[in-house]
Design a binder for this molecule. Structure first.
Ligand code: 5GP
Length: 190
């Protein structure tokens, strides 16, 4: 998606450990017009997938997941992190290893908001090693819901998450794929 790719090249900042900061439009300050365009783009891409629900993980997946759900006219649900005790016992839980913080955390979704019979579109801001997506897929499996596809804003193509999912036959659509990154340069896949 050209609009997102241009913003990454213009405003992205690279931190040690191959972390891309896109705080000026995606992860801290949020450009809602861009989110709207991202939502419309995913809706177009997955329009034939029979999506009944959009699922993401708090916090940074929420804006683009909301706009995607808005364009599909379906609910959006976000998995809550860690201290999910206030969700009560009726939750699906999984463990995710955080790429950016280097530690494990729990995610949980109430059983009231994810059902057998759902076809779920998983949305997230980044895909690196695939841990967050695996956690969300695990929640879907526990609920008996199908994963209709995965929509990612920025895939780090030099990390294995996206290719592993595609090899398993899962449909992954990434709006921008970074092939390489060093201190001064971001190389996007054409
Ligand atoms: P994965 O679980 O695929 O290894 O990493 C994806 C998750 O880690 C995303 O939910 C995202 O929040 C975070 N993440 C991974 N790489 C980056 C990065 O380069 N920049 C930012 N801002 N977040 C990242």
């Amino acid at each position: 998606m050209k609009e997102l790719q241009e913003r990454i090249l213009k405003e992205g900042r690279i931190l040690p450990g191959s972390i891309l900061k896109v705080d000026s439009f995606l992860n801290h300050q949020i450009d809602m017009e861009l989110m709207d365009h991202i939502g419309a783009y995913f809706q177009e891409k997955f329009r034939d997938a029979g999506i009944t629900r959009v699922l993401t993980i708090e916090a940074s997946g929420i804006p683009m997941a909301c706009m995607t759900a808005y364009h599909f006219h379906v609910p959006v649900v976000f998995a809550k992190k860690a201290r999910a005790a206030n969700l009560g016992p009726d939750v699906y839980k999984s463990t995710v290893h955080s790429y950016t913080y280097g530690r494990d955390y729990q995610i949980a979704v109430s059983k009231a908001y994810l059902h057998a019979g759902d076809t779920v579109l998983i949305i997230d801001d980044f895909l690196a090693n695939g841990q967050a997506v695996h956690g969300l897929m695990d929640l879907c499996e526990q609920a008996g819901a199908q994963v209709g596809g995965i929509g990612i804003c920025i895939e780090k193509g030099f990390q294995p998450g996206g290719d592993e999912l595609r090899r398993r036959g899962i449909r992954v659509e990434s709006l921008a794929i970074i092939d390489a990154m060093d201190d001064h340069h971001i190389e996007l896949r054409k």
